[in-house]
Design a protein around this ligand. Structure first.
Ligand code: PLP
Length: 353
C-alpha cells in the first residue's frame, strides 16, 4: 500500500461549521475583523504583484510583529496560522519516533501534529487544581513539550512559575501556545531572551478577528527561528495575508485592545449568568468559557435547533468537581456581543427546562 500506515489512526479534522444565526463555537472574534487589515486585504495594489511570489519568510510581517511585541525581527517566525508554526517547529527539532509531551486537556490539534510528524504523543493530565503537573511533564523527557496559556478548551491561564519550571527543566523544545494572550494580558514572550529552548506562539486569528487570513507567528531565539523556517519552507503566507497582517499590527492595536475590553466584560457577564443558573464555569482568561454540563453533546445539538452553535466536549479529564458531576462533559461558549450571549442563554434555558 502506498499510504503511510501510521496515518490511518489520524482522523481528518472535521468540525462542521454550523449555518446558524449565532455561531459561538470556534473562539473567533464576534466583533468583526481588524479594520485596517480588512481595508488592506480588499485593496491589493494593481499590476503585477499577484503574478510574483510573496516574501520568502514574510519579512514585513516579522518586522510588524517585532514592533508590536518589542522583540527583534530575527526572533520572529511567521506561519500559515500558528498551526503552521507549531507543525513546522515540531518537525524542526524532533525526528520520527521521539516523544511530544503535552498537558491535557488542550488544543486538539497537538496530538495530531505529533502523529503526522511521526512522533509519539504523551498526554500529561493537569492537576485537579488545573495547574500544570510539572514533574510529570518533565518525566516524559520529550523532545517537544507543549503547554497552552490561556488554555483551550478550559480557558484558564497557567501559573507563570510553573511555565518557567517547565522551560528550565525540559530536555527539549518547549512550546507555549499564547493564542489567547491578548485576552489574558499576560505573556511569557520576554523569557525567550534567556531560553534557547522556548518557542512562544501567537496568532492574528483570535483577538484581531482575522482567522480567515491564516497568519500566526512564533517568538524564539534566532537560531531556533532559522531552523523552524527551514522546515516550514518559503512562501507559506500569501501576499494578501502579509499585507493585511502588517496593516493590523501597525494600525489596529488600539482597536484590538477595545475589542478585548468588550470581550472581558462580556466574559464576566456570561460567567455570572451561568452561575445564576447553578452551573460552575471554569475560570477563564480567554474569549470563551468552558461550562461543565451533563450530556453536553445532546445539549449542543438541541441548542442548534434554537439557532445557536456552541462546542461540546464529552470526555474531558474529570479535574474539577463540576467536571466529575458532568462525567467530563462540557460546553465551550465563545463570548460575544450581548445579544448573542443572551441568545445562547435563552437556547440553553430552553433545552435544560
Ligand atoms: C485558535 C487557536 C490557535 C490558532 O490557530 P491559527 O492557526 O493561528 O488560526 C492556536 N492554538 C490554540 C490553542 C487555539 O485555540
Amino acid at each position: 500500500m502506498m499510504l503511510r500506515s501510521d496515518l490511518a489512526q489520524v482522523p481528518l479534522y472535521a468540525v462542521e461549521p454550523a449555518d446558524v444565526p449565532v455561531d459561538l463555537s470556534d473562539n473567533t472574534s464576534m466583533w468583526g475583523p481588524a479594520p485596517s487589515a480588512l481595508a488592506a486585504a480588499q485593496s491589493m495594489p494593481a499590476g503585477g504583484s499577484l503574478t510574483r511570489y510573496p516574501e520568502l519568510y514574510s519579512a514585513s510581517v516579522k518586522q510588524a510583529v517585532a514592533r508590536y511585541l518589542g522583540v527583534d525581527p530575527e526572533m520572529v517566525v511567521v506561519g500559515n496560522g500558528s498551526d503552521g508554526v507549531i507543525d513546522a517547529a515540531i518537525r524542526a527539532v524532533a525526528a520520527p519516533g521521539e516523544r511530544l509531551a503535552y498537558m491535557a486537556p488542550t488544543f486538539g490539534m497537538i496530538p495530531v501534529f505529533a502523529r503526522v510528524n511521526g512522533l509519539v504523543p504523551v498526554a500529561v493530565p493537569l492537576l485537579p487544581s488545573l495547574a500544570l503537573d510539572v514533574p510529570a511533564l518533565l518525566a516524559a523527557e520529550a523532545r517537544v513539550t507543549f503547554v497552552c496559556s490561556p488554555n483551550n478548551p478550559t480557558g484558564h491561564a497557567l501559573a507563570r512559575q510553573d511555565i518557567e519550571a517547565v522551560i528550565d527543566g525540559a530536555a527539549g523544545m518547549v512550546i507555549v501556545d499564547e493564542a489567547y494572550a491578548e485576552f489574558a494580558g499576560t505573556s511569557v514572550v520576554e523569557l525567550v531572551r534567556r531560553s534557547p529552548r522556548l518557542l512562544v506562539t501567537r496568532t492574528l486569528s483570535k483577538a484581531f478577528g482575522l482567522a480567515g487570513l491564516r497568519v500566526g507567528y512564533g517568538i524564539a531565539q534566532p537560531e531556533l527561528v532559522r531552523q523552524i523556517e527551514k522546515s516550514r519552507g518559503p512562501y507559506a503566507v500569501t501576499a494578501a495575508s502579509e499585507r493585511a497582517a502588517v496593516a493590523a499590527l501597525d494600525g489596529d492595536v488600539p482597536w484590538m485592545r477595545q475589542q478585548v475590553q468588550l470581550a472581558v466584560e462580556a466574559r464576566q457577564w456570561l460567567v455570572d449568568a451561568l452561575r445564576d443558573r447553578g452551573l460552575e464555569p471554569l475560570p477563564s482568561a480567554a474569549n470563551f468559557v468552558l461550562v461543565p454540563v451533563a450530556d453536553a453533546e445532546s445539549v449542543a445539538l438541541a441548542m442548534l435547533a434554537h439557532g445557536v452553535s456552541v462546542r461540546a466536549f464529552s470526555r474531558l479529564p474529570q479535574l474539577t468537581p463540576a467536571l466529575v458531576a458532568s462525567a467530563g462533559a462540557a460546553l465551550r461558549i465563545t463570548v460575544g456581543p450581548m445579544n448573542m450571549q443572551q441568545a445562547a442563554l435563552d437556547a440553553l434555558d430552553a433545552v435544560r427546562s
